[in-house]
Design a binder for this molecule. Structure first.
Ligand code: HEC
Ligand code: HEC
Length: 211
């Protein structure tokens, strides 16, 4: 870059202007990833002596991930996903619907636009398993307590045991996309491992749901 700016007078100022424009754009898109507080550690809840209360508090902290836009956008309570770089939760444009398999209507499949990897040039997120969470796993507009009951309910959680829920939260790659969302998206708080540790501690304390 120094060679470039020395050989082209005015290039440095031009680059600075570009950088400012880019900063303004990324603010407008709402991507202050560095402003998101990290997840609290499991140990930091040890001071809550009452086990039920501790369990509830652990889930509330994990709820900061679960209710982040990176998860909610794909867990709607209707047939249409949401979008948004930050926390705005706008309905997906164009109007796409889940279809029979969560992968879109026959005429407009998710894979028409969503590829196996994030496309940072176009801003379209991607993953090989990209599809909508089933209706019974919808979280948008549901209270955290309601989401908690859904996650525990084998009739609505894909017949999973609590151990399998922990496994899914900690290792599922589509869940993991929430921390590697590409473009200017704000990642889910903390790390997937820290999130998994909170879920594990929540289960070990009786998986109590917030009221
Ligand atoms: C015509 C192209 C197109 C189709 C088809 C499409 N999408 Fe998208 N989708 C996009 C674009 C573009 C974005 C990025 C918009 C943005 O972040 O501002 C996006 C973003 C999203 C997001 C937001 C991710 C996030 O957290 O930022 C979700 C969720 C999503 N799509 C789900 C789906 C699902 C599920 C399907 C199939 C049912 C689908 N999309 C079909 C173009 C499409
Ligand atoms: C691209 C869409 C997409 C994104 C993004 C996404 N999910 Fe999901 N999620 C799904 C689909 C599809 C299923 C159903 C898969 C299955 O049952 O095997 C699912 C199922 C789940 C389940 C299992 C059962 C239940 O009770 O809900 C959990 C837990 C879950 N997701 C957590 C998360 C978390 C946490 C995030 C964010 C860090 C997230 N998901 C982001 C699509 C998504």
């Amino acid at each position: 870059m120094s060679v470039l700016t020395q050989s082209i007078p005015g290039a440095a100022a031009g680059l600075r202007a570009l950088a400012v424009a880019a900063a303004v754009l990324s603010c407008a898109a709402g991507a202050p990833a560095q402003n998101v507080a990290p997840l609290r550690s499991v140990q930091s809840f040890d001071s809550i002596a009452n086990t039920q209360e501790r369990s509830r508090a652990l889930f509330v902290e994990a709820g900061r991930v679960i209710q982040s836009p990176r998860c909610l956008n794909c867990h709607p309570t209707g047939d249409r996903p949401f979008q948004g770089q930050g926390t705005e939760l706008r309905l997906h444009v164009p109007n796409v619907t889940r279809g029979k398999d969560g992968k879109g209507a026959p005429a407009l499949r998710c894979t028409s636009c969503h590829q196996a990897k994030n496309n940072d040039a176009s801003g379209v997120p991607g993953h090989p398993m990209w599809h909508l969470a089933p209706l019974e796993m919808g979280w948008v507009g549901v209270s955290l307590g309601g989401i908690c009951e859904q996650i525990k309910d084998p009739k609505r959680n894909g017949k999973r045991s609590l151990a399998q829920i922990h496994e899914h939260m900690t290792h599922d790659p589509l869940v993991g996309w929430g921390w590697l969302p590409g473009a200017h998206r704000e990642p889910a708080p903390g790390t997937q491992a820290e999130f998994g540790a909170l879920i594990d501690a929540w289960i070990k304390t009786g998986a109590v749901c917030p009221g």
